[in-house]
Write a protein that binds this ligand. Structure first.
Ligand SMILES: Nc1ncnc2c1ncn2[C@@H]1O[C@H](COP(=O)(O)OP(=O)(O)OP(=O)(O)O)[C@@H](O)[C@H]1O
Ligand SMILES: [Mg+2]
Length: 172
């Protein structure tokens, strides 16, 4: 219990919000701990976390992004599935990807998923705000988010965060 509280505190960064230099693998692990009740025995989680340099970011926001990715994946997988989370260093960025074996996203739906209030979930289940918030946060960090999906096979989201903060990200 105390471990969970420590993690929650670290997750929400209640005592020191703002920019920090962060190992994104730690953010992935935090988000997975918070999401563990949603994943339980239903979802197999595979972590392929590479040796990545620390990035300058707002950790509370990035944790929220990762939690949203995990929640969406879990909700897309129904009875069972596999969530594979990878991290790797690329030129100027660290990429963290979330691959699920869920329902996938139809081609006509794909362009709308980042719109505020767009949801395919039943009333009361989804607000449709998750990905629009994610998009804003990533934009504010000067990063990028991409999605690749195949109906019936699954979906992968790729999140890129820059190693050095750009002028626009600082302004944001
Ligand atoms: N991993 C995924 N697999 C399949 N569909 C997805 C996935 N992630 C997002 N989607 C689709 O994108 C839509 C928008 O996602 P978003 O996270 O913004 O809202 P939501 O999950 O419906 O509601 P909220 O996050 O506010 O609870 C979802 O309703 C779903 O149709
Ligand atoms: Mg969501």
């Amino acid at each position: 219990m105390s471990g969970l509280v420590m993690n929650l505190k670290g997750f929400a960064r209640v005592d020191r919000d703002g920019m920090d230099t962060v190992d994104l693998n730690d953010s992935v692990r935090s988000a997975l701990t918070i999401a563990s009740h949603q994943l339980r025995d239903r979802i197999t989680v595979v972590q392929q976390l590479g040796d990545v340099p620390k990035v300058k970011c707002m950790p509370s926001q990035i944790n929220q992004v990762f939690l949203n990715m995990i929640t969406n994946a879990a909700q897309a997988m129904g009875e069972e599935g596999t969530l594979t989370i990878r991290s790797q260093a690329k030129p100027n960025v660290v990429e963290v990807s979330f691959e699920d074996t869920g329902s996938g996203i139809a081609d006509d739906v794909l362009p709308k998923i980042f719109d505020p209030f767009f949801t395919t979930k039943p009333v009361g289940e989804g607000t449709g705000l998750g990905l629009s918030i994610v998009h804003k946060i990533i934009q504010g960090h000067g990063g990028a988010i991409r999605v690749k999906s195949q109906v019936g096979k699954g979906t992968t989201f790729f999140v890129e965060l820059p190693l050095a903060q750009t002028a626009t990200a600082k302004a944001a």
